[in-house]
Design a protein around this ligand. Structure first.
Ligand code: SAM
Length: 186
């Protein structure tokens, strides 16, 4: 888990993003989800995939969804924006969570979108706390996949839906770091 944590530990990421927005001439009081999309959705096919997954999710405004391995919260914010639901994002990287919180404030979405720095392997939530789970390309980083899935199951209410979007390997094309599989990463 240490190598994954180091891999996803940026230095001063929020200010670097703000610098980039300034260089593009963006008015910081009017920044949109689409302005941030090139940097805040760390998964294959970016926001195109996120929008398709939101359509498939069936999540509604009354629901509270847990985003496991949320990164800097691009898809967390988009999920809330598009469905109206409440979302709590968790991530192993304190640097990502700090950036996620600050970007969410920049977009004035902090009422419905919250974050916590924690591991997916020990979630600081009571049993049956969430109406759904959402996790985009996090599972690939975790060696003990059954444990995080059990932990997510514990905090979901009976009948809740989980949306998982993942990198998968096969015997011809194994996944490489940062994908953690028993045979690929020492
Ligand atoms: C490829 S990024 C995807 C981020 C986000 N879901 C997205 O699509 O933009 C993988 C994320 O999983 C997080 N992660 C890896 N292992 C984790 C763990 N055990 N618990 C929580 N988050 C973890 C990493 O810190 C990283 O932010």
């Amino acid at each position: 888990m240490n190598s994954i944590h180091d891999y996803y530990s940026p230095n001063d990421l929020y200010n670097k993003i703000i610098e980039g927005l300034n260089k593009l001439g963006k008015d910081l009081s009017k920044v949109t989800l689409d302005d941030l999309q090139p940097v805040d959705e760390f998964h294959i096919r970016g926001d195109t995939a996120t929008k398709e997954l939101i359509e498939l999710s069936g999540f509604t405004p009354d629901m509270h969804i847990l985003d496991v391995g949320c990164g800097i919260g691009g898809s967390t914010r988009r999920l809330s924006h598009q469905t109206g639901c409440w979302v709590t994002g968790v991530d192993l990287s304190e640097g990502y969570i700090d950036t996620a919180e600050r970007l969410t404030q920049l977009l004035n979405m902090q009422e419905r979108v919250k974050f916590r720095a924690t591991s997916a392997l020990s979630l600081p939530f009571d049993d049956d706390s969430f109406d759904g789970a959402w996790s985009l390309q996090m599972n690939m980083n975790v060696e003990d996949k059954l444990s995080w899935l059990k932990e997510a199951y514990r905090v979901l209410r009976p009948g809740a839906r989980a949306v998982l979007y993942e990198v998968c390997g096969n015997k011809n094309t194994p996944p490489y770091f940062p994908c953690r599989g028993r045979k690929t990463v020492p």
